[in-house]
Design a protein around this ligand. Structure first.
Ligand SMILES: Nc1ncnc2c1ncn2[C@@H]1O[C@H](COP(=O)(O)OP(=O)(O)OP(=O)(O)O)[C@@H](O)[C@H]1O
Length: 245
């Protein structure tokens, strides 16, 4: 479980993320939606330990992770699928998998089941077919799968996914959202930054709209699916009317 309390963070003394409370229980998806510049990546980077919060706390399964550096946060069980994938151009898929594999510490009962390279390839078979390809020789979708594989190989109990469908074809987008659901079913707590409120509502138990770094709406995925109008209003999305020019 991931628990954020009063989380406040920014850059160079300025504040971007304001007083955010948020809980992601194990086995669930919490989606963050918001416009460009709303502070979504700042939130993810603060939880991942790249940005030190100026106030508030980050707790992982009850353990205080506030202000811990990124490598400790990752080791403790918070995995990151970064925006833009960030795969290494010169390394093959097999090398990425080998370098990313971190068997969980023995006796760590808070983690969902362990991920090995073989198990990751079962979930993402396309990567097995491309195991000899270098990062530069992968399609956008394959790079995205590799970024996910790398994060899973740390056997995370919390997975931060920052716009994992950016630049993907619609068929692949659907596949990625289905994968997010599968990972939650495995017991992982997923914090998902999504560019699409509709798709976020499809897979999330809870959604938070972030506006200028502040949570302006929180609702269940179920309510958002039944009546998306509140979600769209919070995002100031104009409904497309048939016949409108
Ligand atoms: N390294 C940085 N230094 C200073 N300001 C930054 C830095 N990174 C982001 N910001 C600012 O913080 C604000 C929030 O940016 P952030 O990247 O968190 O937004 P976002 O919601 O993820 O946007 P997008 O949807 O475009 O990825 C923006 O005003 C941005 O200019």
């Amino acid at each position: 479980m991931l628990e954020l309390t009063g989380l406040t963070a920014g850059y160079h003394g300025g504040t971007v993320l304001h007083d955010l409370d948020l809980t992601v229980p194990a086995g669930s998806v919490h989606a963050i939606v918001g416009h460009n510049g709303a502070g979504k990546t700042t939130l993810v980077h603060t939880v991942a330990g790249f940005i030190r919060p100026s106030a508030g706390s980050v707790r992982l399964n009850g353990e205080d992770m506030t202000g811990q550096p990124a490598h400790r946060v990752a080791r403790a069980g918070i995995g990151l699928v970064p925006q833009g994938r960030r795969v290494f151009a010169g390394l093959t898929v097999a090398e990425h998998l080998r370098l990313s594999y971190r068997p969980p510490r023995r006796g760590d009962a808070t983690r969902p089941s362990a991920w090995t390279p073989a198990r990751v390839l079962e979930l993402l078979p396309r990567l097995g077919e491309r195991r000899g390809n270098r990062g530069t020789d992968l399609s956008g979708g394959e790079q995205q799968m590799l970024a996910l594989a790398r994060a899973l190989l740390g056997s995370p109990s919390v997975l931060l996914m920052d716009e994992p469908t950016e630049g993907l074809a619609p068929g692949l987008v659907k596949q990625v959202y289905e994968l997010v659901g599968t990972l939650a079913d495995e017991g992982i707590a997923v914090l998902l930054v999504s560019p699409s409120p509709t798709q976020a509502a499809e897979c999330a138990r809870t959604l938070t709209v972030l506006t200028s770094g502040r949570p302006t709406l929180r609702m269940s995925g179920e309510d958002a699916r039944a009546d998306p109008s509140r979600l769209h209003e919070a995002l100031e999305l104009t409904p497309i009317r048939s016949g409108a020019h």
